[in-house]
Design a protein around this ligand. Structure first.
Ligand code: ATP
Ligand code: MG
Length: 790
């Protein structure tokens, strides 16, 4: 230990400091958003190490995302002392489980080189299992089975111990298919995400000697975002902590947002039962947000029943109120936010300039992202998408990865299937069936099946020659990989020091880039690069770019295996980006993060709260949605803007929307209602504030009749804005006409229709109009067109 100082404790308040100093025994820190839970957890780690109580590799620190683990590492590196060793056991439940499982794979009947399947592969495998059981996959979709099995895995249930009460699942065949699926995974030497925890828990339960080793090694356990642990994760923690009971969990029941994935807030209550005498520390001062933001968040979450209850206060200055704004449609909302983000960046608002990195748009569903991406691409506003359709999910990347996977593990049948005929090798369905049957008959992998099918002359023509070359290529790649990395098989370490030595010994020499060259070679030799070079579609160039990016990403790893593991576990791809960008991400992914400026778009009933979640889980679902709203608002430090649109395209159909019920739950005094830049010179500045109506021009009177203003949702907003009609967005210059307003049209008027564009009214017949569009005359219900200026 020695004179390392305790500067890491100096900037904590008394309650935080108490938590950072109570190092032994169970501790539960239960506190609201922004109270410094994560900060305190890090001070605790620093304290453990600096006081000499534990070495870094004796600390198990579980974070919610890999990104959070990275941030913690970086922040610890800045502490005023030097960690002599890195924190090896800091990461997500999944990444730590992979590490443990690789060491003891044989205890789960796996090889330590097992592959981790992504959702796509998982579903594909389930389809195969369903088909093999002669079940009609159309009536019994694989996705449904995947949901059921994931649910069981989240509760640490193996096929053998699913309760009888649930035997009826999936037409009485759920458990049978679960067992078959697990068998398939084993024969493929693969695991899915849920398995990572399940296997580790099973191993710990069945092999007390193995568990005892880890209990000895990992002497201090810390868990962030504890409220979102599921049963399997809870068991995992309890097993590890049982011996020494040095476990510190921090969480906030109001931020529990993964119930749909099996998380149980009950784990918080169970903690005190399982660890009697646990110290419970509450933090109440929020250091993140202004009072208005905090008041808005508190007022919304107060509507939930059955909370553990917390008070939050802040010393921050009042600052800006939470802003609320309604838009005509989703595109307009995106346009406004784009302009607003740029204005804030320039410092053109009432607050200090905020760089794009300090701004985030948090959406309920990733489908909301497209409007923003499209708009930002148009205006050239740099953005990053986190947790949306990701780089590694693009088809060309997945194919390239399948090549790498096959080269690393030739028995990876899913990878084989994915690329054996990509690029085209003249292997039709028939040829692929022959390969499958040969492999099955011999009980081997598909690659071996292919080798044999070719040798035995079971395949003819061009396909046979190409397949032979494919198999030879894979052999060559695999040899190159095996030659580069010495055997990694290792038995579980006997004791502490051996564990460390093994870890050190297994680190390959740095800056050896042979795997990068090999990856390039694989993509070249397989003909995959050529396939895209010869492709004449507009996307081809972008795909080649992405493949280049992929190879570039490899440089940061020591070998292909490490890279594959990284990608399998990756939760976001935001790490390597340096330049200034606004972040677009889901509310779920934003947990634990903070931004000076936060936009919360799409607060519309059905979208947020999500209809699906309410339909599936009723009141419980609604409360989880509300916690999500709380998470969203509390990400904001200085400025939080909530918005909604009156119209939105859902699955390609226009739909009119009602503002979210959560908007009604916002406290009037802490909210400022903005009107969008109006048709009539309203603009941002003039529109700010309540009741600054400019009075009823005839145009405005006409606008007031418009459909959009008659919807209950808009009326609610109007009421809030002091009965001032919200004017139409400037750029669209459209006024919606509803049934009552048909008389507002005259023959000859110019109108606009979402699908057909601009046209002129030719005839009026009740609520229907005949409109001449560029593409011809169409009969339209008047409510679907809006008046447009010439
Ligand atoms: P969440 O529930 O959202 O995860 P949290 O409780 O983990 O929040 P932190 O992220 O640790 O909160 O802290 C929120 C912000 O407050 C951070 O910017 C942190 O640096 C700051 N902060 C926390 N405690 C203090 C303190 N004692 N003095 C000054 N700043 C603090
Ligand atoms: Mg936190």
């Amino acid at each position: 230990a020695g004179a390392r100082g305790t500067a890491y404790l100096d900037d904590l308040n008394p309650a935080q400091r108490e938590a950072a100093e109570a190092l032994d025994g169970p501790l539960l820190m239960l506190a609201g958003a922004g109270t410094g839970k994560t900060k305190t957890l890090m001070a605790r780690i620093a304290n453990l190490v600096a006081s000499g109580r534990a070495r870094p590799n004796e600390i198990l620190a579980v974070t919610f995302t890999n990104k959070a683990a990275r941030e913690m590492r970086e922040r610890l590196a800045k502490q005023p002392f030097h960690l002599l060793e890195p924190l090896r056991w800091m990461g997500t439940f999944h990444s730590i489980s992979v590490k443990i499982l690789r060491r003891h794979a044989e205890l789960a009947s796996l090889k330590s080189s097992f592959t981790i399947l992504d959702t796509d592969d998982q579903i594909r495998l389930m389809k195969q299992v369903i088909n093999a059981a002669n079940i009609d996959e159309k009536r019994w979709p694989a996705r449904q089975l995947a949901g059921i099995i994931d649910g069981w895995k989240n509760r640490a249930l193996t096929p053998g111990n699913v309760p009888n009460a649930e035997a009826a699942a999936f037409g009485n065949r759920g458990t049978e298919l679960y067992a078959a699926y697990q068998d398939r995974l084993r024969s493929l030497n693969a695991v899915d995400f849920g398995d990572l925890l399940l296997h580790v828990v099973t191993i710990f339960q069945a092999h007390p000697d193995v568990l005892a080793q880890y209990q000895r090694w990992l002497r201090y356990i810390l868990v962030d975002e504890y409220q979102d642990t599921n049963v399997a994760q809870y068991l995992w923690l309890r097993l590890l902590a049982q011996g020494h009971k040095n476990i510190c969990c921090v969480g906030d029941d109001d931020q529990s947002i993964y119930g749909w994935r099996g998380a149980e807030v009950g784990n918080i209550l169970r903690f005190e039962k399982d660890f009697p005498g646990a110290k419970v520390i509450r933090l109440e001062q929020n250091y993140r947000s202004t009072p208005h933001i905090l008041a808005a968040a508190s007022s919304v979450i107060a509507q939930n029943a059955g909370r553990l209850g917390k008070t939050l206060w802040t010393e921050e200055q009042a600052g800006e109120k939470v802003r609320l704004i309604g838009h005509w449609d989703g595109e307009e909302e995106a346009r406004w936010i784009g302009e607003e983000a740029e204005a804030l960046q320039r410092g053109g608002r009432r607050m200090r300039a905020v760089s794009l990195n300090g701004q985030a748009i948090l959406v309920r569903g990733s489908s909301q992202m497209r409007a923003f991406e499209d708009r930002f691409l148009t205006i050239g506003l740099p953005y990053r998408v986190v947790g949306g359709p990701r780089f590694y999910e693009r088809a060309e990347i997945r194919n390239a990865m399948a090549y790498f996977r096959l080269a690393v593990s030739p028995e990876d049948d899913l990878a084989f299937e994915r690329i054996v005929n990509t690029p085209k090798r003249g292997l039709g369905d028939k040829a692929q069936q022959v390969i499958q049957m040969t492999a099955r008959a011999d009980g081997t992998s598909l690659l071996e099946g292919a080798r044999y099918a070719v040798a035995a002359g079971k395949l003819g023509g061009k396909g046979a020659a190409e397949l032979r070359r494919f198999v030879e290529n894979v052999d060559r790649w695999h040899k190159a990989i095996a030659a580069a990395s010495p055997a990694t098989a290792r038995s579980p370490a006997e004791d502490d020091d051996e564990l460390i030595e093994l870890e050190v010994a297994s680190v390959p020499p740095a800056h050896d880039h042979s795997h990068v060259r090999l990856a390039e070679e694989i993509l070249e030799d397989s003909g995959y690069i050529a396939m895209w070079q010869n492709d004449k579609t507009p996307e081809a160039a972008g795909r080649l770019e992405n493949l280049k990016e992929l190879v570039k990403a490899l440089e940061q790893f020591d070998n292909l295996q490490g890279f594959l593991e990284h990608v399998a576990l990756i939760l976001d791809n935001s790490s390597e980006e340096e330049s200034e960008k606004i972040t677009i991400m889901t509310l779920h992914a934003a947990k634990g993060l903070e931004f000076p400026v936060v936009f919360l778009p799409g607060w519309e009933d059905g979208l947020f709260p999500s209809q699906r979640s309410m339909d599936e889980s009723g009141q419980k679902g609604l409360e989880e949605e509300r916690r999500l709203a709380y998470v969203g608002i509390t990400r904001a430090e200085e400025l939080c803007t909530i918005s909604f649109a009156g119209n939105r395209q859902v699955y390609g159909r226009w739909q009119s929307q009602m503002p979210s019920r959560f908007i009604d739950e916002l406290p009037e005094a802490d909210v400022e209602v903005l009107t969008p830049p109006g048709l009539y010179g309203g603009g941002y500045g003039a529109a700010a504030g309540f009741g600054s109506s400019s009075g009823g021009s005839s145009v405005e009177a006409r606008a007031a009749k418009a459909d959009v203003y008659n919807s209950p949702g808009w009326r609610r907003l109007q009421d809030r804005a002091g009965n001032r009609p919200v004017s139409q967005p400037k750029e669209s210059r459209h006024t919606v006409i509803d049934l009552d307003a048909v008389s507002a049209f005259d023959v000859g008027d110019r109108v606009f229709h979402q699908k057909f564009g601009y046209g002129h009214v030719q005839e009026i017949e009740g609520d229907k109009l005949a409109v001449a569009f560029a593409t011809g005359v169409k009969k339209i219900v008047a409510g679907f067109v809006v008046a447009a200026s010439e």
